[in-house]
Design a protein around this ligand. Structure first.
Ligand code: ADP
Ligand code: MG
Length: 605
């Protein structure tokens, strides 16, 4: 059994969907009857809509129900241009996809700009509007009576017969799921998963939260538009009933039941719902109830839907059979560091208040390249806030922040990250369900660009970026001593390793300025040695290192320059030798604790 499983797992992953596709295409030719093929067709159309929804719902974490409106846009576009005499299916597919894209963009921009629940609400109203809009333009849409008189679709002038039409639907589905797979397994898929879990983290890594969510939402409109075109030509009749609220619930139920954060979950969910619905004769009447039942099943009984269940089963079998799929064990990385030029970071006169709480007042800090600049001070003195200001999370009330003389104050945080500022968090921010290697690779987002299109089409540029992402990530893992863990789930690592992992993620972005927030707390002796040696090497390589740290001895050993913060003000500044002897620092702040760590807890980010 175990060896059988191991052999099964050696088969490349893309074989399975391909096999399913081939079987589906041949079915009508080996005598499958019309009723079943029609159910398969409807399942695939539903799967296209659900797959599109999963990009924003499952991956980007935005509940958006608008897919049904995009589906309607595709269907009515096809109907209209068919009646106008354009029966070429591929022309209709392009037009329908574009119409759906337009609906997606128009409805997505305001919702995503406002954030939070806005997109869920705007898309909810969008689907409620569909029947009314269709009635308003009764003259061309036929209103509630529907649109009839759609001509048979053609392919380069040839009429498409029933069986060929079935094949066309399967092919479009294969095409979309290949696109979706390419996207999801690319750095953009990882970016979506990161921003779903932590927009703050995503933007600190150079990911524009708004843009990335909009791309996911807009891209998800395309398969809905395609499905609409295929639906209109299937019965050559469309009416508003097909685009009802109840259908939107079916889409949502299929998404959750199949597993919304999965590639093929849409196919499973759609097939189960489509065939399930078909068993109920009073489909119209009970549709909502059936959808509700599946929603509960998928959402409550097993998280992650059927595909989550399958994934967990596979993992269990893998463990039992000791399958190791990691291709990353021998890395060939030496951990050599080339030059890493830093940027002079100047914080001048920065103030920041939260309500009545003056967290920073008139702070001046300069961090030079090729030096470690330490910022110390008691809890609540404003250290993390200062890093947050540099990262662009907050806007300063007064003052300026610049990199090599260039203003970054007021820029969005993802732009600051792209300008070369990378950071770790006081409480490590490691997304779930990503491997150690994936987490570090995700840090590359700020360093190198590869468009969504190049990822979907696997263009040479994308492959090049992906290769260098992997190399740089492995290199960073060697540097922090975590390369043996590259295939493990990152969120399962112990605290010390998670801190080092954050350092690796930051390094992978080849930053000019590295901001480390209490990175040594929770590290054991060995990890501390690795970290200390690494910080020295980074400094010697020329990087600008800003170290917020409670461990005073570590600071004295590492820092070239120390700033002491107290209640949001710089109370002392100097070399370790000066700070160690500064009577004011000793008396007011360090007290008797000079030769031990400065006592502190964990708060803030
Ligand atoms: P440190 O990192 O030195 O321990 P922080 O920068 O976390 O200190 O906090 C400085 C002060 O600013 C504290 O009084 C804290 O409560 C406050 N503060 C920090 N972030 C926020 C925020 N997002 N909203 C309100 N108050 C904040
Ligand atoms: Mg802090």
């Amino acid at each position: 059994m175990a060896t059988f499983w191991v052999r099964l797992r050696r088969i490349p992953g893309w074989i399975w969907p391909l096999a399913v596709g081939v079987v589906l295409i041949t079915l009508p030719f080996v005598g499958l009857n019309y009723t079943v093929t029609r159910q398969i067709e409807l399942s695939l159309l539903l799967a296209l809509i659900v797959g599109g929804m999963n990009l924003s719902f499952g991956y980007a974490g935005e509940l958006a129900l608008g897919q049904v409106a995009m589906y309607a846009a595709g269907a009515y576009t096809a109907g209209l241009i068919s009646k106008a005499g354009v029966t070429e299916l591929w022309l209709q597919l392009i037009a329908g996809a574009l119409a759906a894209l337009a609906v997606g963009l128009i409805s997505g921009v305001p919702g995503l700009r406002l954030g939070g629940w806005s997109l869920a609400m705007t898309s909810f109203f969008l689907i409620l509007l569909v029947p009314d809009v269709l009635s308003m333009f009764k003259g061309i849409t036929g209103g509630r009576n529907g649109m009839s008189g759609i001509a048979s679709p053609t392919f380069f002038g040839e009429m498409i017969d029933t069986r060929s039409y079935y094949v066309a639907i399967v092919l479009v589905a294969i095409l979309w799921f290949a696109v979706m797979r390419n996207l999801v397994v690319s750095r953009h898929g990882t970016a979506l998963r990161v921003l779903k879990q932590s927009p703050v983290l995503a933007s600190s890594m150079g990911i524009s939260v708004f843009r990335t969510k909009l791309i996911a939402y807009a891209l998800g409109a395309l398969p809905a538009g395609l499905a609409g075109v295929l639906f209109a030509n299937l019965d050559m009749f469309i009416s508003p009933e097909a685009f009802s609220f109840s259908f939107a619930m079916t889409v949502l139920a299929a998404s959750i039941f199949g597993g919304s954060a999965s590639i093929y979950g849409a196919l499973i969910g759609a097939a189960v719902l489509q065939f399930g619905m078909n068993q109920s004769t009073n489909f119209q009447q009970y549709g909502l109830i059936i959808s509700g039942a599946f929603l509960l099943l998928g959402g409550v009984l097993f998280t992650g839907g059927v595909s989550g269940l399958v994934r967990r089963g596979i993992r269990r079998l893998d463990r039992a059979a000791h399958v190791r799929l990691g291709q990353t064990t021998e890395t060939g990385q030496t951990g050599e560091l080339g030059p890493m030029p830093g940027a002079r970071t100047e914080i001048a006169g920065v103030s920041k208040a939260f309500g009545g709480n003056q967290a920073l007042s008139d702070v001046d800090v300069v961090a030079e390249p090729g030096a470690v600049t330490a910022i110390i001070g008691p809890n609540g003195s404003g250290k993390t806030t200062l890093l947050n200001m540099v990262s662009g999370f907050y806007r300063a009330d007064a003052g300026t922040i610049s990199l090599d003389g260039e203003q970054i104050q007021g820029r969005a945080s993802y732009r600051v990250a792209r300008a070369g500022v990378s950071r770790t968090f006081q409480t490590p921010n490691i997304p779930e369900k990503l491997t150690v290697l994936e987490v570090v690779e995700s840090g590359r987002y700020a360093a190198d660009r590869a468009s969504v299109l190049s990822a979907v089409l696997r263009l040479p540029r994308f492959r090049r970026v992906r290769r260098s992402d992997r190399e740089q990530a492995l290199q960073a893992l060697v540097l922090v001593g975590l390369s043996a863990h590259s295939d493990e789930f990152a969120d399962a690592l112990p605290l010390g390793n998670r801190r080092l992992l954050e350092v690796a993620r930051s390094l992978a972005s080849s930053p000019k300025v590295l901001l480390l927030d209490e990175v040594a707390s929770g590290l054991d002796e060995d990890e501390l040695d690795v970290l200390e040696a690494l910080i020295r090497r980074l400094r010697d390589a020329g990087m600008t290192v800003v170290l917020v740290e409670h461990n005073f001895q570590l600071v004295l050993r590492l820092a070239d320059d120390i700033y002491v913060l107290a209640q949001g003000k710089v109370m002392a500044h100097g070399t370790p030798a000066q700070i160690e002897r500064d009577p004011q620092v000793l008396e007011e702040y360090l007290g008797a604790a000079v030769d031990t760590d400065i006592i502190g807890g964990d708060d803030g980010r």
